[in-house]
Structures are given as C-alpha cells and as structure tokens.
Design a protein around this ligand. Structure first.
Ligand code: SF4
Length: 382
C-alpha cells in the first residue's frame, strides 16, 4: 500500500505591483509613477514565479495583489498573474483573493471584470472622504470618487470589502475624523484598516516637514482619534482584532491574519517579501534592476535566517498587536517555560499601570496600552 501523501502546507501569496498614478506624500512603499516598464514587469513577475524554488507541497489559501496600485493593471494582466500562481501551486477552493484598488480605478466595468477573473475581495485605498485631506496627501482621487467607489463595489456584488483610512494628519480635526469614520461605518463594509499618519524618513512629507512646509502630526490628537476609532467601531459591532484592523464578526483578513500567525508566504515582484517560517527574503526595490535580473534567470533578493530570539521577538511584536495577545502556553511550548516566565514577569509593570492585562495565560494590551504597543513589545524583547 502506498503511504498517504503529505498534506499540502497552507501558504499565502503576495504579488507586488509597483506602479502608482501619483506619489502620495506620506508613502514609503516601493512604486514608480512611470508605467513604461509595466509589460516587462508582468512578464518578469511570471518568470520569478517559475524560478522560485520550494513552492511544491504548498497550497495557497490567500492571494493578495498589493502595491503600488494593482488596480492600474489591465484585468488581463491580473488574470495572467493568477494563472501564473496556479501554475506553481494549487490555489485552494474558497481561497481569499484580494486586490488593492484605488477609487479612481473603480467603475462598474472594471468591477465585473475583476469578479470574472476570480477577485473576491477588494481593499480600497480611501484614506479620507474629505477633499482637503486627499489634496493634502496628494492622493489621485477625490471625495466623490471615494464614496462612489465603495457604493459601486457593493452594487456590483462585492461583499468582501476593506477600506483604508488615515487619521491624525495635521489638518484633520477630531470632529472631522469622527465624520469620516461615521461615513465608513454607515457603508457597512465588513473590514476597516485605519492607520495613524506617520512621517517616514525620505518621503516627500518628511522633506516638507523638515522644511517647515507642512506641520508634523500631533501625537496627542492622534491618540484622541485612535480612542474615538476604538469606541465608534466597537459600538457599530466591529472587533478590533489587531491594532490597525477592525472587522465585523468572522470577517478578518485571512491574508494578514496568516502573516501574524507566522504562516509561510511567497512574495513576487520588486520589494516583495517571502517567509518560510525561519528564513525571510526580500526582493530588490528597483523596477529596472528587478526586470533585468529576472531576464538573466536570477531572482534579485537579500535574505536573513531568523534566530530563535528573533523569532520570539517577532511573535511578541505581532501577537501583542492582536486581540488574542501573547499566548504564554505557546511561548512555553515553542521557546521553553523559562521564556514564558520571563514574559510573565516582564509585563508586571505594564499590568500595574493598566497598559496590559494578564489573564488566561495570555498577555493582552488594554485600550490605553494599544497606543504604546511598539514600546511595550520592545520592553518584552529577548
Ligand atoms: S497609491 Fe498607495 S502605494 Fe501608491 S503612492 Fe499612494 S499610498 Fe503609496
């Protein structure tokens, strides 16, 4: 009798589409506003898939088109890329297939094309429903397109929609943030990703802030707006399942949740990251150099092997951001009871000050503690 074949390992697939219509001033992702390399890029990503070792034995539970702005691609390219994924590993029936889309790319025609090629979930880069914020951010859409895009997606039958919003920009009063949030909540989309505006080094916003052409965000106002977000989203029935992510019951992003659980993923395209549980690799962040290397048959990446300590620190960092928190039982099993005890003792001060909670052998952040997640995690690092 033949032994049963090993069950396929679940994984995620990420495809980075490095083109944008305009450069949002706050953005530090890898993209180009020139689309001259678009055809070469799609071909190169397909070739990278074919060159990638180790996909055998995996099954894709999620596929995520991110960027950049993947909705800039013609639907035929999205279809080719999905076929490329299916040629190197099976895509599970019922897999979550997400396309990041900007409002100015969304209309009834595109929506029906996306559905036809297998896109089941849209992550719409709204950022704000107010023109003044969108102009300040240098977004390529306006407030009318923002609202119209979500309504059009719903009318086209997309029930799996996530909206991205940004709070805490200097011109956004807390009342105005509340109004933005109310619009998003009233739309009834199952998922929201809400981020505080940050000034990332090297971005146009960073330059403008340093030259005093733009104000920097006020941390107190950001905290006030984040607490408002927690209250209003909870009142509307959303669970804050991760610091920046909110969903109606049962509607978590499966792709991002897999990242936080340490499930392996394969990333394709310039700047895309991959992770197999121990090794992380990331592709070069240059469109031209990426295409050239792939044409020569080489994937241009750097890699690191995570040490036992690094893996623990990553777990602490990501788990603390989730509503489930750090599972000390899991820590004891994976890293030893000594590490679980170290974390239990290490968090005592934060528990006393009301920033963290220690119950059912888990460390979770309190409402206020969520404002200081990175600092609290750093205190718990090995
Ligand atoms: S559309 Fe997205 S990826 Fe492109 S510049 Fe704006 S924030 Fe960055």
């Amino acid at each position: 009798m033949q032994p049963d074949p090993m069950p396929a390992r679940p994984c995620g697939v990420y495809i980075h589409v490095p083109f944008c219509r305009k450069a949002c001033h706050y953005c530090d992702f890898h993209f180009s506003t020139s689309t001259t390399l678009r055809n070469g890029m799609v071909g190169a990503i397909l070739q990278e898939m074919a060159l990638t070792p180790g996909t055998g034995g995996h099954v894709a539970e999620t596929v995520y088109f991110g960027g950049g702005t993947p909705s800039l691609l013609p639907t035929s390219d999205i279809e080719r890329l999905l076929a490329g994924v299916a040629s190197i590993l099976p895509i599970a029936p019922g897999a979550e297939v997400t396309l990041e889309a900007n409002p100015d790319d969304i209309d009834a025609g595109r929506l029906s094309e996306w559905k036809a090629v297998g896109i089941g979930r849209l992550s719409i880069g709204i950022q704000s429903f107010r023109d003044e914020d969108l102009i300040w951010m240098n977004r390529s859409h306006d407030a009318r397109q923002a609202l119209g895009a979500v309504e059009a997606a719903q009318a086209a039958g997309f029930s799996d929609i996530s909206i991205d919003l940004i709070f805490g920009s200097p011109g956004l009063a807390t009342e105005a943030w509340g109004a933005n949030l109310d619009i998003a909540l009233a739309l009834g989309v199952p998922h929201l990703s809400c981020y505080a505006l940050t000034v990332e080094a090297g971005t146009p916003l960073d330059v403008m802030v340093r030259r005093k052409k733009k104000a920097s965000p006020d941390p107190e106002r950001q905290a006030e707006q984040y607490l408002m977000l927690l209250e209003r989203s909870a009142a509307a029935g959303y669970e804050a399942y991760e610091i920046s992510n909110f969903c109606l019951p049962g509607r978590r992003s499966r792709h991002n949740s897999a990242y936080w659980k340490g499930i392996p993923y394969f990333g394709f395209g310039p700047s895309a990251h991959s992770f197999d549980g121990t090794h992380r690799r990331w592709n070069i962040s240059s469109n031209a150099a990426y295409i050239e290397a792939i044409r020569e048959g080489t994937i241009p990446f750097e890699a690191e092997t995570l040490t036992r300590e690094q893996r623990l620190n990553e777990y602490v960092m990501t788990a603390l951001r989730t509503m489930e928190g750090i599972d000390l039982g899991h820590v004891a099993q994976a890293w030893g009871t000594g590490e679980a005890d170290r974390l239990r003792n290490g968090v005592a001060r934060q528990v006393d000050s009301g920033m963290a909670l220690l119950a059912q052998d888990r460390i979770r952040l309190s409402r206020e503690g969520r404002l200081f997640a990175d600092g609290i995690a750093a205190e718990l690092f090995r």
